[in-house]
Design a protein around this ligand. Structure first.
Ligand SMILES: Nc1ncnc2c1ncn2[C@@H]1O[C@H](COP(=O)(O)OP(=O)(O)OP(=O)(O)O)[C@@H](O)[C@H]1O
Length: 263
């Protein structure tokens, strides 16, 4: 596979968080800009851990929504400390306004984008065609299925212009067909711009690994409190990244089963 990993896009250093007990401990990882000749290849990273391990807290820290007790999160090529609003978030209960149409929801997402009104409209129409939403633009969120709402929610974050998008459990509550659709969508979002970086927080080992170039396993170590990164999987080096149909691959299934035993 012909690629290089260049500048740092996300640097998480010594992050810890505690409430009445330690939740996150010594979280350290770096995401670099992957460059593939002839492609706008973005980054897709998974943080995988079992229920209750601290994924949602890490999600909130990475999004700048809560301050960790120690550590720093630097984002973008400029490596600035993360602040709420700089990172697109797709939480489990998608953030859509129910009293506004899908078009208006998307339009609202572009509030701070410096484009003329006509250009914003053209961009929405363009994304709607690209991502199968044209027939839904006039509808209201409640008239859409969960999977369709999720697609709108992801596109909404793309339209804000944020290069980083954090997704909390993007596969939960979706049937197999919808999972394939969201995988396809995420893969396409990741190739819209080389700096686009998707960070998936999930307990779903198989689907998370299938879409990622890198995965970090979040778990508790024996006799230690608080979750930390216990393993890093470089799926590119393992020959398991960027391959459609990878879930059928025997080596991939072996890796999935090993990770399921470790979390
Ligand atoms: N405000 C809080 N005060 C005290 N403890 C909290 C608070 N919020 C979360 N916790 C604890 O932090 C731990 C991690 O919670 P978190 O929601 O991050 O887990 P999770 O991995 O996202 O789980 P799930 O997949 O089930 O949502 C849990 O033990 C939880 O009880």
């Amino acid at each position: 596979m012909n690629y290089t990993k260049n500048e740092v896009l996300l640097d998480v250093k010594d992050v810890s968080l505690r409430y009445d007990k330690p939740i996150l401990r010594d979280i350290n990882f770096t995401i670099r800009n992957i460059v593939r000749p002839g492609l706008d290849q973005g980054q897709v990273i998974s943080l995988i851990g079992r229920s209750g391990v601290g994924k949602t807290q890490l999600f909130r820290v990475l999004a700048g929504l809560i301050q960790p007790d120690t550590g720093t999160i630097l984002i973008g090529v400029e490596q600035q400390a993360v602040e709420a609003g700089q990172v697109g978030i797709v939480p489990q209960n998608y953030l859509l306004f129910n009293h506004r149409s899908i078009y208006d929801n998307l339009r609202l997402a572009m509030k701070h984008v410096t484009l003329e009104s006509k250009e914003k409209d053209a961009l929405i129409q363009d994304y709607a065609v690209k991502f199968d939403l044209t027939e839904h633009l006039k509808k209201y969120p409640q008239q859409l299925s969960g999977g369709q709402r999720q697609r709108v929610s992801i596109i909404q974050q793309v339209l804000t212009g944020n290069r980083f998008i954090l997704l909390d459990e993007p596969f939960s509550g979706l049937d197999a067909l919808m999972i394939d659709k969201v995988m396809d969508l995420l893969g396409r979002v990741a190739t819209l711009h080389e700096w686009n970086t998707l960070v998936i927080v999930s307990h779903d080992v198989e689907n998370s690994l299938a879409i990622s170039d890198t995965a970090f396993i979040l778990a508790r170590e024996k006799d230690k409190e608080g979750a930390t990164i216990t393993e890093t999987l470089d799926l590119i080096e393992m020959g398991l990244a960027w391959t459609p149909g990878i879930r059928e691959n025997a080596h991939f299934q072996q890796v999935v089963s090993q990770i399921k035993h470790k979390i």
